[in-house]
Design a protein around this ligand. Structure first.
Ligand code: SF4
Length: 383
């Protein structure tokens, strides 16, 4: 099959769902779809209703906006509010409404900060080139899928000597959080529907360490309804047979090997951070990148190190009492982490659809179209 329509064929979808049902029988499997794109597709196409009760889908930490700690949003906004008043902060569209403790980029833009939405880091670089009296910062976010574009832009900025451009890097990597999920005894995952987009960079083979080290199958999957059902069928077949391999259902797009060009660019510009904080999962070793020494002139965390340090100290003072403390507690108490870990379904959150809606999100899972709370709100049964 080659065309999208074929992957939405109702008869094939029904047939595959029935095959899954008869194979599952009375067994119970906890399967994590890591990528928010899969979560979105599952609810958009109503796939959960076609699956037997024995398949429990756990929505994983594969939405980069959702796992970004609120402190990082605040830090990006602190840079935008630099006292010199010369910063233009550029962000992807799905970052605009992501709440930090002190507001979202959209709210801060309404308060007068120069925050602009861009479609790519190259757009941010162009803004820097046409605003030489300003400091243009790109708020970089995403998994291996978007990191190469950031890396190439930084290389280009260096090559062209664009000194007023820098990047606030929040790029993360997919394997460490999968390991963190499997290391958590509360999670008890039987297998993964693996992110297809990330695999275009790391290759389907990039997930082999999960199958090898944890004896859990991973099926790299496409995003159409039949892709996801075929992937679940392949997973159940492996689980029934007691196997744990990586299979590539998304062969029409994803190669087995990593993309050598992307890997080279990534390793030239980025190095692993020792630790990075993930919303809901805590600190995970070697799970994110930063710019290497060679590119540190373009690192907003280096350029604004003093400002960020002052911001962190003032933040702790501000949040130690009063309304700011209450506001932070309200966000910290929200069970987004429980939902991110699959320990709670979105509609089981007391704030879901009441205090927390896509228009007025409390947590990032309600903001991004890939967030599980937004997917539930838009498409799923809410009871
Ligand atoms: S409904 Fe809102 S507060 Fe509740 S888990 Fe989802 S994003 Fe977090």
């Amino acid at each position: 099959m080659k065309f999208v329509d074929e992957f939405r064929d109702p008869e094939l979808i029904k047939k595959t769902a029935e095959e899954i049902k008869s194979l599952v029988g009375d067994d119970h499997y906890r399967i994590m779809e890591v990528c928010g794109g899969h979560t979105h597709a599952i609810y958009r196409f109503g796939l959960e209703q076609l699956l037997p009760e024995g398949i429990e889908l756990i929505h994983g930490p594969g939405c980069p906006v959702c796992i970004l700690p609120m402190d990082r949003v605040d830090e990006g906004l602190a840079i935008a509010a630099a006292p010199e008043g010369d910063v233009i902060l550029t962000v992807y569209g799905d970052m605009m409404r992501v709440p930090g403790y002190e507001g979202s980029p959209l709210e801060m833009k309404a308060k007068g900060l120069d925050i602009r939405m861009v479609y790519s880091p190259l757009d941010a670089l162009k803004i820097a080139q046409s605003n030489l009296n300003k400091s243009v910062v790109f708020f970089a976010i995403g998994f291996e899928t978007t990191a190469p574009a950031t890396a190439l832009t930084v290389m280009k900025a260096k090559e062209m000597g664009v000194e007023n451009f820098s990047v606030f890097v929040n790029h993360v990597t997919v394997i460490p959080p999968m390991r963190a999920v499997l290391d958590d005894p509360e999670m008890a995952i039987d297998g993964f529907v693996g992110p297809g987009h990330v695999a275009t960079v790391i290759g389907a083979g990039g997930y082999e360490e999960i199958a090898r080290d944890y004896k859990k199958p991973v099926i790299v999957s496409g995003f159409e309804p039949l892709d996801i059902l075929q992937s679940l069928l392949l997973l159940i077949k492996q689980l029934k047979a007691g196997e744990a391999r990586v299979e590539n259902q998304y062969e029409r797009v994803v190669p087995w090997e990593a993309n050598p060009v992307a890997e080279k660019v990534l390793s030239t510009v980025f190095e692993l951070r020792k630790e990075f904080e993930w919303r809901g999962l805590g600190s995970i070793a070697a799970s994110a990148v930063r710019l290497t020494e060679e590119y540190s002139d373009f690192d907003a965390e280096v350029k604004y190190a003093d400002l960020l340090e002052r911001h962190r100290i003032e933040r702790e003072e501000r949040f130690s009492e009063g309304a700011a403390c209450q506001s932070r507690k309200r966000h910290d108490d929200a069970p987004c982490g429980q939902v991110l870990k699959g320990l709670m379904k979105p509609h089981q959150c007391a704030l879901f659809g009441k205090e927390c809606t896509p228009e007025r999100p409390v947590g990032a899972l309600m903001v991004s179209s890939e967030g599980s709370c937004a997917a539930y709100f838009n498409y799923a049964k809410r009871s």
